[in-house]
Design a protein around this ligand. Structure first.
Ligand code: CMP
Length: 133
């Protein structure tokens, strides 16, 4: 078993899509190990997305991530990182495969409804960020 982090982003929580996303995760056999609802402060969003420091989209991304409720959760499954990224689809929903969560509900490359860790090492860091501080 391995773990990964998923965040339901403000565009999805505002449209009451949290339950829908959870049902997709459970159907795909992910176990929700930890979950909470919160609103990020700008400093927290910057820290979480520090890897994107210097990128043209960072300021806008930080503003968006602080614009409403987010729902981070630690998920458990075999091959959790890889399988979750397959389930959510490409960052840009216009490039996401049919049937993926982002294909179905994401608005655009920024308001793309969910975040998922991209490696086991980052999954550990990101789970610690929300649940072990
Ligand atoms: P996420 O998987 O959370 O990782 C970084 C986020 O930056 C991404 O999803 C998008 O919400 C946002 N973003 C906005 N513009 C871009 C872009 N051009 N390339 C990648 N990510 C972007």
């Amino acid at each position: 078993m391995s773990r990964t982090l998923l965040i339901i982003k403000p565009d999805a929580s505002k449209r009451n899509l949290t339950e829908y996303i959870i049902s997709r995760l459970e159907k795909a056999r992910f176990k929700i190990v930890k979950m909470k609802k919160l609103k990020l402060k700008k400093s927290q969003a910057r820290e979480f997305y520090a890897v994107h420091e210097g990128k043209h989209f960072l300021d806008s991304l930080v503003k968006f991530m602080c614009s409403g409720t987010i729902v981070p959760m630690a998920l458990e499954k075999e091959n959790a990182v890889k399988d979750l990224r397959a389930l959510i689809g490409a960052t840009d929903p216009s490039k996401a495969d049919c049937g993926t969560i982002r294909f179905e509900i994401a608005k655009d490359i920024e308001k793309n409804s969910v975040h998922a860790s991209d490696s086991d090492a980052n999954a550990k860091k990101e789970i610690d960020f929300f649940f072990n501080k």
